[in-house]
Design a protein around this ligand. Structure first.
Ligand SMILES: *Cc1c(COP(=O)(O)O)cnc(C)c1O
Length: 388
C-alpha cells in the first residue's frame, strides 16, 4: 500500500471525518459559570473567578503561586521582564516553537538566540545546549556572557512541545552551572508531568496559555506559575499596572512601569469551568492517544510520538513522525489529509527562517529541528471526539 493511503487509513480508523485539529470542549457548566459572572457585573480585571482560577491552578499544578494573565504571550513577556531581561540581553529559545516564545523575548528589548531540539520530547537538546555554552559562553560576575557579542544570556525558555515535557533535569543543571534562569513555556502542557512534577513548576517561572486551541480555554488567557513569594507578589503587582493604594484609600498611584495584563473575570469564569473538567479532558486525550498508538503499531512509514513514565504527556496534540527515509512525503500527505477533511498540520516554521528573526543569533547546529520540521504531522486531537 502507498504511504499516503496507509497513513490515511490508520487515522480514519481512529477518528470520524470531518475532523478538526483541536476544538474547545464546552458544556453547560461553562454557560453556567459565565452567566454567573455576568450577573455579578464583575466582568473585568477584578472578580472572584480570577482568584478561584488561581487557587485551582495551584491545586492542579502544586505550584505555591499562580498569577493569571490576559494571554500566554503576556505571561511569557511579564515573566522575562520580572526576571530583569531587557535591552541588550539574550534569551535562549528552541528553534522549533510557536512564534510567541521568540516574540516575548523581543518585547523586552532582548534578542532570542536559537538552540536545537532533541527527538524524544522535541524540547531543547541538553547535549547541544551544553556544547554551545561550553564553546561560546563564559560566566563572569555571576552572569552568563555570550563571548562573541558580549551580551548577557539571562534566561533559557524551555518549551514543552505538543505537551511532551522537555528534559528538565539536564537543562536545569546546565542553567544552574551557567547562572541562567529557566523559564518553562508550558502553554501546551497543562496536565503534563516531568518526573511526577507538573510542568511549569521546575524552572524559576512557568507560563500557561488558555487560548482557544489549548487543552483548557478561557477564550484567551494565560498564567504564570511561581514558587518564590516575593517574585509572585512582584509579578501580580506588575500585571495590574503596578497600582499602589495608600492607607487612606482615597487615592491611588503607580510606583513602576506596569502592564495591564490581568485576565478579565469573564474569561476566568469560562476557564474555571474548564479547569473543573480538566481530569475528563486528560482522560479522553489519553484514550485517544492509545487508539492512535494501536492504529500505528507496525506502520513502516511513521511512528507516533509517545511519552514514558518519566515525562507523562497530556497528549494535547498527537504527533506522527515520518521515518527519515519518507520525509519527502510530508507535503503530499498533508494535501491528502485536506482532501479527506482531516485537519492535520506540520509544525511551525523554524524561528531562524522567519524573515524578521533571520538576523537573530543562533547556535551553529540546528539540524534536528530542521529534520523534524519535515517529518512531523500533528493529528486531530480534540477531547470531544464522538468515538471517545
Ligand atoms: C499558545 C502558545 C503560546 C502563546 O499563548 P497565547 O495564549 O496564544 O498568547 C506560547 N507558546 C506556545 C508554545 C504556545 O503553544
Amino acid at each position: 500500500m502507498s504511504l499516503v493511503l496507509d497513513i490515511l487509513k490508520r487515522v480514519q480508523s481512529v477518528i470520524p471525518t470531518p475532523a478538526d485539529l483541536h476544538t474547545p470542549n464546552l458544556s453547560s457548566l461553562e454557560s453556567e459559570k459565565v452567566a454567573e459572572c455576568l450577573e455579578s457585573t464583575f466582568v473585568s480585571s477584578v472578580g472572584a473567578f480570577t482568584n478561584k482560577v488561581e487557587e485551582e491552578l495551584c491545586k492542579i499544578t502544586k505550584s505555591p503561586f499562580a498569577i493569571v494573565t490576559s494571554t500566554g504571550t503576556s505571561a511569557l513577556h511579564l515573566s522575562l521582564h520580572a526576571l530583569g531581561v531587557g535591552t541588550g540581553d539574550l534569551v535562549l529559545v528552541p528553534n522549533m516553537t510557536f512564534v510567541a516564545t521568540a516574540n516575548a523575548v523581543l518585547y523586552t528589548g532582548a534578542k532570542p538566540l536559537f538552540i536545537d531540539i532533541e527527538t524524544e520530547s522535541l524540547g531543547v537538546c541538553p547535549l547541544k545546549l551544553a556544547d554551545f555554552l561550553k564553546k561560546e559562553c563564559s560566566v563572569k560576575n555571576d552572569l552568563c556572557v555570550h563571548n562573541k557579542s558580549n551580551a548577557a544570556i539571562k534566561a533559557l525558555c524551555v518549551v514543552h512541545v505538543f505537551g511532551f515535557a522537555a528534559k528538565l533535569s539536564e537543562l536545569l543543571e546546565l542553567c544552574k552551572k551557567y547562572k541562567i534562569h529557566l523559564v518553562e513555556d508550558s502553554a501546551e502542557s497543562l496536565g503534563s508531568y516531568y518526573k511526577k512534577q507538573h510542568t511549569g513548576t521546575l524552572g524559576t517561572l512557568g507560563t500557561l496559555s488558555f487560548n482557544g486551541n489549548k487543552i483548557a480555554t478561557a477564550g484567551g488567557g494565560g498564567a504564570i506559575l511561581c514558587s518564590d513569594p516575593k517574585l509572585a507578589q512582584k509579578i501580580k503587582h506588575l500585571s495590574t499596572t503596578a497600582k499602589i493604594v495608600p492607607a487612606d484609600k482615597v487615592s491611588f498611584s503607580h510606583d513602576v512601569m506596569g502592564f495591564n495584563y490581568r485576565m478579565p473575570n469573564l474569561n476566568a469564569a469560562l476557564l474555571y469551568a474548564q479547569l473543573l473538567r480538566l481530569p475528563e479532558f486528560l482522560e479522553k486525550k489519553k484514550l485517544l492517544h492509545k487508539k492512535y498508538l494501536a492504529a500505528f503499531s507496525g506502520c513502516e512509514f511513521a511512528e507516533l510520538l509517545t511519552s514514558h513514565e518519566e515525562n507523562s504527556a497530556n497528549y494535547w496534540l498527537n504527533t506522527l513522525i515520518l521515518k527519515p527515509a519518507y520525509q519527502k512525503h510530508q507535503k503530499e500527505l498533508l494535501t491528502a489529509f485536506i482532501d479527506a477533511k482531516i485537519q492535520a498540520r506540520p509544525p511551525w516554521d523554524l524561528m531562524n527562517t522567519l524573515a524578521y528573526l533571520k538576523e537573530s543569533p543562533r547556535a551553529a547546529d540546528l539540524s534536528t529541528a530542521e529534520s523534524m520540521r519535515e517529518r512531523i504531522i500533528n493529528l486531530p486531537s480534540s477531547s470531544q471526539q464522538k468515538t471517545l
